[in-house]
Design a protein around this ligand. Structure first.
Ligand code: HEC
Length: 116
């Protein structure tokens, strides 16, 4: 004798929604969004610089500097090419994107060479 467990459709629908919601939470990464839309053009989507004189994040360049120093470079700009992001990004956005770069560079370093 076989027994069928029947779940009411409402429960199935809710479970589906919960999975979508949790999945979305894992995928959404505001730091990556900011990096890819504002920084990747010079710093490279994989942290490898596109332009000369841009630090190579994939090699961990500048990552030994303090958050304070790097945040001020992001907010106020640095040297000839690094733009100021004041007025474009909030201070909180700058912190989020810096954290993204810090988290990401170990991964970029390991995968460097496997792309491009
Ligand atoms: C137009 C090209 C360009 C863009 C776009 C750009 N950068 Fe830069 N960035 C540079 C250059 C060039 C330097 C090296 C500046 C120097 O040390 O003279 C730099 C340096 C940096 C540094 C190191 C600063 C230090 O104190 O050593 C950080 C961190 C950084 N950029 C983050 C970002 C972030 C985050 C974004 C996006 C929000 C971004 N950059 C967008 C060109 C760019």
């Amino acid at each position: 004798m076989s027994r069928h467990v029947r779940l009411p459709p409402a429960i199935l629908a809710l479970t589906g929604l919960a999975i979508l919601f949790l999945g979305g939470q894992c995928i959404a990464d505001p730091g990556r969004d900011i990096y890819e839309s504002h920084c990747g053009a010079c710093h490279g989507l994989e942290g490898k610089p596109i332009l000369p004189n841009v630090p190579n994040f994939a090699e961990g360049e500048r990552m030994n500097k303090s958050d304070t120093e790097l945040l001020s470079a992001i907010l106020l700009g640095k040297g000839f090419l690094m733009p100021s992001w004041e007025g474009v990004l909030t201070e909180q956005d700058c912190k989020i994107v810096l954290q993204f770069i810090r988290n990401q560079y170990e991964y970029w370093r390991k995968t460097a060479g496997s792309s491009n």
